[in-house]
Design a protein around this ligand. Sequence first.
Ligand SMILES: [Fe+2]
Ligand SMILES: [Fe+2]
Length: 509
Amino acid sequence: MPKPILAYLEQFRTPADINRHHFTRVAEIIENLLSIAREKRREPIPDAITIARKFRDIGAPMEAYKLLKAESDYYGDNNSIEKWRCRFFAYGVVNIGHPTESIRLELEAHVRVLRKSDQLMCFLPLFLNFIGNIEHVYKERYDRAEQLYSDAQQLIKKITSKNKFKSTTGLDYDLAVNMIMNNYVELLTHIDRNKLQDKDLVTMLRVLARRTRQNEYGHLLFRINMARADISRGDLTNASAIVDEIIKYTPDKYSRHSLPAVNKIKALIHTEKGEITEGVRYALDAFSNSAYYGNSLEETDILFTLLNIFKELSKDIKKNAKIDFFRNSGLIDAFIRILSYKDWHLGAEHSINVAHLARLITEQLHFSESNKQLINLASLLHDVGKIMIPWYTLNKVTPLDDLDWELFRDHTIEGCRILKKLGLDAEAEIVLRHHERIDGSGYPHGITNPSIKAQIIALSDVFDAATSTGRRYRDAKSTREMVSEIERKEGHRFHPTVVKGLKKAISFL
Ligand SMILES: [Fe+2]
Ligand SMILES: [Fe+2]
């Protein structure tokens, strides 16, 4: 059965190739395969790794992980090589998607098992590298990541047989060494290096230049890292020359990786030169490219680069001027555009509707002008954290499982992090709390005292999500139905003052 599946999926290179008409069939294939994979009594799924890679390419990395995780469970024995090989690929795709806290803990537990086993020794550096990726890209805990990459590098060098490594892990030994080294180098370009780290960086770049010559993808990563290293050393001329080289020599099949990366580097070069308009334009382009291709890992790194650029450019200006700068340079629009591109259910329209309704409520509650403005921006960007969630998870129509929920809940924390990076601390605090309820039944922390401001957005959000036609499972509810539902929740889910404000506000909708 998987052969025709692969043949069908082969027509899509990225999530952007999938329209609403295709989506039903794609989702059917994914969910069907996952339900087969979860059955206890079955045969191994042929081509599971190839299929998982395809899922990853079309914006469903978490489903790729679920498939390979189920496949690894099939090989019951903890010492089975096949089991660990499936796990290895499972965590490879999940790191490209969005590793949640529970996944990070799973990886830590696996590392403890691997440390005790001589037979599985080849996997240990690879798993340490995965945790390094999470600490490095998603958590931005660079010290820990450096330790992990360094351990991984030491351990992999101790492996004496390249053949045994390949027959165990299914991965070419030299590629694995290059992968860890490229990650290590990338990390070093992000931090203020001391003398020793600077020396390490130069040495590793020299080694990678030689080692990756035979491998197009590895060499592409090396060149991207080389350009980043040059920027961090202030050598912008060399960085520009490398970018030109990447554009000229990268084969088309890697454009999904090279295009966002090239734009990111151009953004950094222009910003360093003080050419702000171009810097901002390239950073926004990089961000759109990566979202379009469904490269979640790259997307996260590019998003953080973009935010750092905006933070740096706006660090000395006052709050209101800062927000004007974000609006006028297209940052806020880019967030909304990418949100609607990624989330078909509740895209741009939802953000705008929630902002509109929240505005009406603040008027009914006689808020000050500055508080109205604060809520306006927070409501427009309340779901901005969804940018960091893979495309398929946002759009799936079948019931959400535990992992999907964990991902969804993270959008509050990620949204808060994005806004904090921009220096919008008050907005960030509201966004963090927009799914909290006063009886403690909400998320991410189940607090019982979310602010009135956060409750205004919470209620506007619930109201719009339920009454809009784009909703996930059911038909849209009427305003009247929704008002009576909210009235039933008044005082335990939602704050009475805010419910009163909403009831007055909807007559102006
Ligand atoms: Fe939300
Ligand atoms: Fe929302």
